[in-house]
Ligand binder design. Structure first.
Ligand SMILES: C[S@@+](CC[C@H](N)C(=O)[O-])C[C@H]1O[C@@H](n2cnc3c(N)ncnc32)[C@H](O)[C@@H]1O
Length: 451
């Protein structure tokens, strides 16, 4: 029988009943064996129990002429271990890619797979199909085997034309469809796998014990943290905070270097786990640095709100609460059964707000900016307050500067600013960011002078 011979357009299956089944020399090809999602411990246990009780009802399948096992790896192993007889059938395939695609389809049809396992299968299928497409491109043949010719113009939206092309998105949507999941879930699994997932977690994902979404969030956050840590390290290697307006230290210790009653605005963003005592220190600091009529504008965590109101009211006058919208995205707070789409910003004043002719909106949205630091806030949000509450020549102070968003916004608006940051590497990031803005301004001025 010719291996490439077809029967009714499909690979021909020849039943080969093995009398002495154990003597049938079956070869295991590791790259085929490793193609399929492994059985979960429960699936394995079920299979073993059924083999012991009922024998091996389904024959193993080998690639005709080569005796390479293409279906029944677990059955073969368990049957050999318990000395259970089995049958073998042969099946024709034209090449290894065809074998692999058949194995994937066969698994999908036979096993009761979890969404994660179904996506795994589709991902392997995708990689086989794109390897076939690359091979065709190399040989200049089209998908039906006809010569396409070197001169064939490539579709600019071809799969090989780069990530995120239309064809790739369509292929992903189709793969998601075949896996019976949304394109979003499919994309999440791809990202989980691309970032590297440990075997124990993957086992739980396969068994459905862990949700794809929760691991996706963890993986994404870990990747962001790593990226930020890298940035921090690079900045730290780059040396110190290059701008003397970035003070390195604890604001409670170095804050005395900023003259009292000198600031129009204290704009800041404390860590959301700060308790009332630390917020109290912040309130005292703001009260001493602000000029009469000056404002403290501060991001707070939703859960921190009662403590913040309590602590700051001891030093300043409560004025308003602002809603900072996440700009469309939301954060699931499972513990509270809440989908969060905004965070509060508190506004306190020293004495009373002098200039009420400037009307401020109490719902704002600067979007998400995390390019320099994981805690980075949107520059436009800081800019809005600095522009309206700090007159030209006035001063804004941020005692928890982080990656320097307040300083960058003030610098761009031409306002005076001072920031304090306890972490040297983070302070260096702030120094670098401000330096970039200041550098752009001075080259702009120099160009204008030349003209
Ligand atoms: C939430 S982050 C600020 C992020 C900032 N809004 C930005 O856009 O990058 C708070 C910062 O306060 C700093 N910090 C914490 N305790 C401090 C202290 N006692 N004095 C000065 N800085 C402190 C932390 O290192 C952190 O960088």
């Amino acid at each position: 029988m010719s291996r490439s011979k077809r029967h009714n357009g499909r690979p021909r299956t020849t039943a080969h009943s093995s009398q002495a089944a154990h003597n049938h020399r079956i070869t295991i090809a590791p790259r085929l064996a490793g193609l399929l999602p492994p059985l979960t411990p429960e699936e394995r246990h079920e299979l073993e129990t059924s083999l012991l009780a009922e024998g091996c009802r389904d024959p193993l399948v080998v690639w005709a002429g080569r005796n390479v096992l293409v279906d029944g790896h677990n059955r073969l192993e368990l049957c050999s271990r318990h000395d259970i007889a089995y049958q073998v059938v042969e099946r024709d395939f034209s090449d290894e890619a065809e074998v692999k695609l058949w194995m994937l389809d066969n698994q999908r049809a036979r096993r009761n797979l979890s969404p994660y396992q179904r996506i795994e299968i589709e991902m392997v299928r995708e990689s086989i199909l794109s390897e076939q497409a690359r091979a065709r491109q190399r040989t200049g043949k089209s998908a039906d085997g006809r010569a396409g010719g070197r001169g064939r113009r490539r579709d600019p939206d071809d799969g090989a034309s780069g990530a995120g092309s239309r064809k790739q998105r369509e292929a992903m949507a189709q793969a998601a469809d075949r896996a019976g999941v949304s394109a979003e879930t499919y994309r999440k699994v791809r990202q989980i796998k691309a970032s590297g997932v440990d075997p124990a977690t993957e086992e739980k994902l396969r068994g459905g014990e862990l949700s794809i979404h929760s691991i996706f969030i963890k993986t994404r956050d870990r990747a962001r943290q790593q990226e930020n840590e890298e940035k921090r390290k690079r900045a730290a290697r780059g040396g110190k905070a290059s701008d003397r307006r970035v003070m390195v230290g604890d604001f409670r210790k170095v804050g005395h270097k900023i003259p009292d009653v000198s600031a129009n605005l204290v704009f800041t963003d404390p860590p959301y786990d700060w308790d009332a005592a630390r917020l109290d220190d912040l309130g005292a600091f703001a009260a001493s640095k602000l000029a009469e009529g000056g404002s403290l504008i501060m991001y707070v965590g939703n859960l921190q709100l009662p403590a913040a109101l309590d602590a700051l009211s001891r030093h300043l006058r409560y004025w308003w609460t602002i809603a900072c919208l996440f700009g469309g995205s939301t954060m699931m707070m499972r513990e509270y059964g809440v989908r969060q789409g905004w965070r509060p910003m508190l506004w306190f004043v020293k004495g009373s707000r002098c200039d009420r002719s400037v009307v401020m909106a109490d719902v704002i949205s600067g979007g998400e900016e995390k390019s320099s630091h994981e805690w980075q806030q949107a520059e436009s949000e800081a800019a809005m307050w600095i522009e309206h509450l700090v007159p030209p020549g006035g001063l804004v102070v941020d005692p928890l500067l982080g990656s320097g968003t307040t300083a960058v916004a003030a610098q761009r608006l031409g306002r005076e600013w001072v920031g304090i940051e306890i972490d040297r590497a983070t302070a260096a990031i702030a120094g670098r960011r401000v330096g970039e803005v200041a550098g752009r301004k001075s080259t702009g001025r120099a160009r204008a002078k030349k003209k």
